[in-house]
Design a protein around this ligand. Sequence first.
Ligand SMILES: Nc1ncnc2c1ncn2[C@@H]1O[C@H](COP(=O)(O)OP(=O)(O)OP(=O)(O)O)[C@@H](O)[C@H]1O
Length: 416
Amino acid sequence: MARKIGSRYTAHQILGRGSAGTVWLGTGPEGDVAVKLLREDLASDQDLVERFVQERSALLCLDHPRVVGVRDLVVDGNDLALVMDLVRGTDLRTRLEHERRLAPEAAVAIAADVAEALAAAHAAGIVHRDVKPENVLLDALAPTGPGGAPPALLTDFGVAKLIDSPRRTRATSIIGTPDYLAPEIVEGLPPRASVDIYALATVLYELLAGFTPFGGGHPGAVLRRHVTETVAPLPGIPDELWQLIHQCLAKAPASRLRAAEMAARLQELLPSLSGLPPLDIDEHSEAAYAEEAEAEPAATTPAPLQEGVGAVPLVHSGAGPDSNRDTHTSMRVPGADELAGGAHGTARTPRATGEPRAGSARNQRGHQEAARRRRLKLGAAAVGVGVVVAVGGWLATSDSETGSLPAPGARYTTGP
Ligand SMILES: Nc1ncnc2c1ncn2[C@@H]1O[C@H](COP(=O)(O)OP(=O)(O)OP(=O)(O)O)[C@@H](O)[C@H]1O
């Protein structure tokens, strides 16, 4: 069923749904387009509409072959829409669900494309803030590159920032996707370009391993791991590739590579990865390396939390856009020792040696799990971008990580 979007565009068919809205295949004066129609509650948010208009020129100016271009922003009655280049293909999450792990060459080729997109954005002063496989589109019509990887394009530029209005996310809140959130965001610092590098390194790790380095279990536990845990090398990973990932996952933002440098280093690595099969991460080695990672002390001591700013939302069930969503009444900001896994702050249930972490992404297997993630993702999308998670409750009361498992790509707002 076709519907008009503004005076210039017609939306014909739904391509997919995300937490911020629905993406349609559409047509406009210049041919086929993708139209992201934002959710009604976002579209009726006056503050967001103003920001939408203010950001218009910044979003429209980002023109790069690795970026899904935003062609137009439409504000029309109740409709708020981003008109984008149409990419015919799939997103990287879908590909990962089919293949579980990518061969290093293909994974690195895709990551190099995304790093190039980020380099262009950062040079223009734009931080993406939501780099994850869902936001990487694979162009099925273009010739494939190294390792048979289709060219990758980064999408959803500026959307996190648009949605992240001061009213929606205050100082005590975090917006983003837990698995890919840089530790400095968890600590309440403003997002800079280096958060995108951290997220991209997380994506690259996930493409190689089949799971994210710090994911699994309650979102609060995921946030804490970003700050306190280090990762051990993936079994069989070429050393130089591991060094690069490790550097880009550094807790200290300044230690990470810049996007252009990351892109160049990834490109340089490609010839040495030619023909390598996907990493062979079996049950045993996966559990063993997870043990090793947890036994290692964090490379960097987490910075002390600023007063009133931190990982833990002051969540309440009061009025506001999220008032009908999952909320929690615990209102406590953690101390640095708690974030570091202190006696009252830990979400970890003691495990026997060799026993995989309950609910860990490291303990998730195969297509069944991927399908479950997709279902959960759809569930998360249904309740929208403003799902409020009770991280405070986790810190205050939980002794288990086995709470409901969110989709790795679900975006959360934690906060009032
Ligand atoms: N420019 C585009 N061309 C073709 N398909 C697109 C385009 N943008 C998005 N899609 C498809 O639409 C679907 C929804 O995209 P959307 O960006 O709304 O959500 P998401 O990124 O998956 O999740 P979230 O919004 O929660 O981050 C995706 O599956 C994606 O494949």
